[in-house]
Design a protein around this ligand. Sequence first.
Ligand code: HAM
Length: 454
Amino acid sequence: MIKSPRGTRDLLPPDTALWNFVEAAVRDVFRAYNFHEIRTPIFESTELFVRGVGEETDIVSKQMFTWEDRWRSLDSGDNLPPGPQFEAIKQQTDAMYAASRRRGQSLTLRPENTAGVVRAYIEHKLWDRGLNKLFYIGPQFRRERPQKGRYRQFYQIGAEVIGPASAGSESPARDAEILELLATLLDRLGITKWTLELNSVGSSSDRVKFNDALRQALAPVVEKMCADCQRRAVTNPLRVFDCKVPEDQPIIDTLPTITQFLSDESRAHYEAVKQILNAVGIPYVENPRLVRGLDYYTHTAFEFTHRALGAQNAILGGGRYDGLSEALGGPAAPGIGFAIGEDRLVLSLMETESAESVVRKPDVYIAPLGAGMNRQAARLARELRRHDLVVDLGDESFRLKKSFEAADKMGARYILIVGENEVAADAFALKHLASGEQVTVPRAELAQRILRKK
Ligand code: HAM
């Protein structure tokens, strides 16, 4: 049997109803905050993530699905039959094949979508539009060890606010609006037991000082740490905080935090964000050790965690990335965004909501009874569906008992019987399945009758 690859899964009904419920709710919230959808490719140049997310991050160094893509439509000259008449063509095709190999490029399934959105911002000169408020919903790919809440293909619901500073992109008001949007979104979905963890990771120059201090603090102890940390201590000391090795944690706990290295401006930005959050009543917990696992962050960094999720408790994460556009060769374009792990969001939701409760069950199941009745049933189904009723139907070969069983199983509210007598009278037997009450209803009144809630 061929199974889905490790770390991927099929989402099946009725669970997909919960996914749709979530996506419909977030689209409503995004609309209220004037965000618009962006769809970027599922694969991008590898270089985008190396430069955007950072070479030393776990994502780029260990988790990407990357391949060398060649132009394969050309075949090498080897397949030509021998003979002097083919020699010239052979040389030509060999040369083209070699050139195509040189033109080949390294591609990667996107492990996250911020880099892709900023690439699109630069490619399409979106600064002409002022402040861009964009959202996306879609799959991301990371080769991680699968466990509950952690998959190799997972889904993110994300948003990015990006634009020139003159459009207000740098303002702490943007940070606060993003955080308030997230609180609203989770509340609306009925997910209440969340904690917002907040930090400032400062500007890039604050981080130069912080990295120096980390290097110094690490120098006397780094030998006792894992090989990854020994490398990080030299190349990108901040990434030491991503270490999961238990023996290294006591050392990591003694390292300085970024807070002491924030400039006055960085501090002022952070304070302004907190003041707005206080004003709108969004609770948060400050966590000076929250640095996030991607290199592009500046200033505000945050995660929302949820108790029900266990080890993989980060339901979403995000922050500001004021230098990312420049790092990707674009103009200055301060930005802030987040990505929700949709798989984890749905898991949290399952605490309170069953998939069954959000599925819309058929309003009516039509049971054609006897030869020639499929035609009549199809006509009726077409009429009723025009009234936005959910209609399912059986087959004229089914005995009545079988139709009743099918209607019951799918949770239909009514069953409508379509036999020769009913067609002749143009009035049909309509039975309410829960109460067993049965009435004969003329064709013209059927939709209204079924629409009446029972
Ligand atoms: P991230 O923290 O890497 O940030 O991912 C965001 C969320 O995606 C996580 O909090 C988690 O819920 C979910 N997630 C990550 N990996 C997995 C996985 N293997 N399986 C299931 N869920 C997962 C980013 O991706 C940034 N691009 C967020 C951002 C947007 N920052 C600024 N703008």
